[in-house]
Design a protein around this ligand. Sequence first.
Ligand code: SF4
Ligand code: SF4
Length: 416
Amino acid sequence: MKAGIHLPEIAARSEELDKCVNCGLCQAVCPTYLVDGFEGLTARGKIVMMKRLLDGSLEPSSSVAELFDDCLTCYACQTVCPAGVKTQRLWTAARQDLAEYTVKTRLKRAGLRLSIGSPRLFNLAVRMAGMTAGFRLDNRHITGQRRWLLPIFRGAPYLPKLRTEYHPSGESVGTVGLLVGCSSNLTTPWVVDAVIKLLTRAGWKVLVPKEQLCCGAPAINNGDWQTARRLARHNIELFNRLEVDFITSPDATCVGAMEHDYPEIFAGDDRIVDEVRRLADRAVELGRLLFEALKEGRLNFRQLEASVTLHDSCHSTHIGGGGRWRELLGAIEGLELREMLDSDHCCGFGGSYTFLHHSTAVQIARRKLSRARETGADTVLVGSPGCLVSLQSAADRQDRRDPEIRHAAELLAEAL
Ligand code: SF4
Ligand code: SF4
């Protein structure tokens, strides 16, 4: 590394970088590479660049920094890697160290830092970014309440409209804290309603603390851990004050942040480590939580004649250890699940990626939609509101053969 260049986060991960055996298996699962065909976008390409940054043969620059930004943080590369390279922390480390070399990243971070703790400001920022990226306002796939509340641009935050407590429909088996998540709060409120219906029907009392903030995942993924810690600390204190057995969210990304990221961003901070663990141990991905209720006979579904295909959302599949949506859907008599190819490939959302790299994001989403269309299923189900918004936005530009796109919780709630 040349004098005057400081890359502490990358340097701290040099052992992880050395694990890469250059096999190239990560190429075949990297959605950005599959669109652009540029090796520098793959995990292998990025690792080579990080090593070269460390040995001084490559100098940090805006173009290098922007290559690390051109990544969905989907972590399919981590799942497929035979050498066990933990790519999840490599890219955020690079983003941390390289932010000062690119105005784009600095602006993105400043925007996030300003808006992320305020749902109304964040809503405004999301709307403006969405319009700049060319999201369409109308959507023929959305009807009734869903049309009225449509994603991104019309809705006010949904959290203030929710009650703070929802009681189980039968005997209570415990209490669940609900982190609504920014995507659901701003774009897919009907999914929140479906989740509450499912949880209460399964016997849980649901608490929705109104003071909750963004889980911090966008800041974590963009390497702004200072902002992430501020948000995480707030949510940790808030949810730990509640007497809840579990904490879940309609968004697998938010649960992944609480369960896996919070312990990491506070690693070594003895003042808070116990509190972080107490929260992380109770954070459960929605599909897994509902599956427990199904196994215990607390969820029963009526017959539903339909065909669906399932998109495996990244943060549940590649970080969260896999959702249990297939088992839940399998409990609906009459429902036919038709598997699509590459069901675990990213939908192109990636949080801010969908706005800042919109044309690539749409191409990735279209690829996913064509996989779904090949199955002939009526509906594509997803496990995260972000996937729903991404596919919906791409579907707007497609022909009318596209299937309907729904969160899996919507369909399960309909089958109660
Ligand atoms: S996280 Fe996803 S987009 Fe980024 S390098 Fe890995 S596979 Fe590619
Ligand atoms: S799959 Fe893993 S070991 Fe193989 S090139 Fe990619 S990062 Fe390196």
